[in-house]
Design a protein around this ligand. Structure first.
Ligand code: SF4
Length: 368
């Protein structure tokens, strides 16, 4: 496996919309960080043999990895001998939040080998940040980005949310203006989704407003040199997120930490770790596995996966994948509706348009 994901399960506070596994400070015991470090070290020892000698990408996600000091990360991952597996081109991303950016710690992450930061900004209006349960202020964002660039990181991505109740194009414009004053190389713009029981879910904008905002963000960023290369992702040339591209190309990856997923492409095998820090640590303390579920992909799942992965990228799919008359008729219809287009650089491929990206769920269901 040439890609490694590590899940860091701590956050300052739980955001209202978040369904990743993480513990806010109020649910974190004082001994948890140390217990996590030792458990991760044990899991790293168990799984080190699955990694290739050199790694293409590493991703520290969570949770908020920037809450874990670099020395603790280094100790936990010592069994993987990461420094020996790095090459000149290894992409090593760490997620961070504006409120947990410390200049000295950033230097430490760089010394470890981290060379890309993905910053969770989400919104640039104080009332939105509060409604979303974010702990940082809008003023903290430019300050944090300045610190990241001052610490020497050149490859920096930011996450922004679209579809926040009450959000207007003016809000998106102001947020993008502030963020792109920095030399960011990548931006992810996700549509806010909420479970029905969340009171904010009743105020989510309607489908048409969501679609218009997504198209507006597409126009704004592509007119400023960003490529819209995946449903929710935009990159400056040469700066696509390679770790995520490995997922979308169906390559193998090893996931460590509570709730982490792994995929063995050769054997079409996917597995998932337990989603509780306490169970994760207790199992590893007994020398047991933390894998709680394993799934072998059959022909039908592989077919669905193939379409899902291809349609989400701007490289699209080869036209010889269209085997049935039904598929061909659907693609003709989607082309008429301007949801699918001929690939501009490859006559043998088709791909989703920006409007198609925004409505990709329906298209995937129709073609897979
Ligand atoms: S900081 Fe990120 S991982 Fe943590 S609760 Fe908020 S959205 Fe979830």
């Amino acid at each position: 496996m040439q890609s490694l994901y590590v899940h860091f399960p701590f956050c300052e506070s739980k955001c209202h919309y978040c369904d990743f596994y993480s513990l806010g400070k109020e649910k974190t015991r004082e001994s948890d960080p140390q217990r996590f470090e030792l458990a991760l070290q044990k899991e790293a020892s168990q799984q080190a043999h699955l990694l290739d000698e050199s790694l293409d990408t590493i991703f520290f996600g969570g949770g908020t990895p920037s809450m874990t000091p670099p020395e603790s990360m280094a100790r936990a991952l010592e069994p993987l001998n990461l420094s020996k597996r790095l090459t000149a081109s290894t992409e090593w991303t760490m997620e961070a939040n504006p409120s947990s950016i410390v200049f000295e710690a950033l230097k430490g992450y760089r010394a470890l080998g981290v060379n890309r930061i993905s910053m969770g900004v989400q919104a640039m209006r104080s009332d939105f940040l509060k409604a979303l349960g974010r702990v940082h202020t809008k003023e903290a964002v430019p300050e944090a980005l300045s610190t990241v660039f001052r610490a020497g990181f050149e490859n920096v991505s930011v996450d922004l949310l679209c579809g926040v109740p009450g959000q207007t194009e003016q809000d998106l414009s102001e947020a993008l203006e502030i963020l792109t004053q920095f030399p960011i190389s990548h931006l992810s713009c996700y549509l806010l989704t909420l479970p029905k029981q969340n009171p904010m879910s009743r105020s989510l904008p309607d489908d048409e407003t969501q679609l218009n905002h997504l198209l507006w963000v597409h126009d704004w960023l592509t007119s400023r040199g960003f490529d819209h290369y995946e449903i929710s992702n935009f990159a400056k040339p040469g700066k696509k997120a390679r770790h995520n591209l490995n997922y979308w190309h169906g390559n193998s990856y090893l996931g460590l930490g509570p709730s982490a997923h792994s995929f063995d492409a050769q054997n079409s095998l996917r597995w998932k770790n337990v989603s509780s820090l306490h169970r994760y640590a207790a199992l590893l303390e007994k020398g047991e596995t933390v894998i709680e579920g394993q799934e072998s992909l059959g022909t039908k799942e592989k077919q669905l996966e193939k379409w899902m992965l291809a349609l989400r990228l701007d490289t699209g799919f080869p036209i010889d994948w269209l085997e049935t008359d039904f598929q061909k008729a659907r693609v003709d219809l989607f082309e008429k509706q301007k949801l699918i287009e001929a690939h501009p650089f490859d006559p043998n491929r088709k791909r989703l348009t920006a409007r198609g990206f925004a409505l990709s769920d329906q298209i995937i269901q129709a073609l897979a």
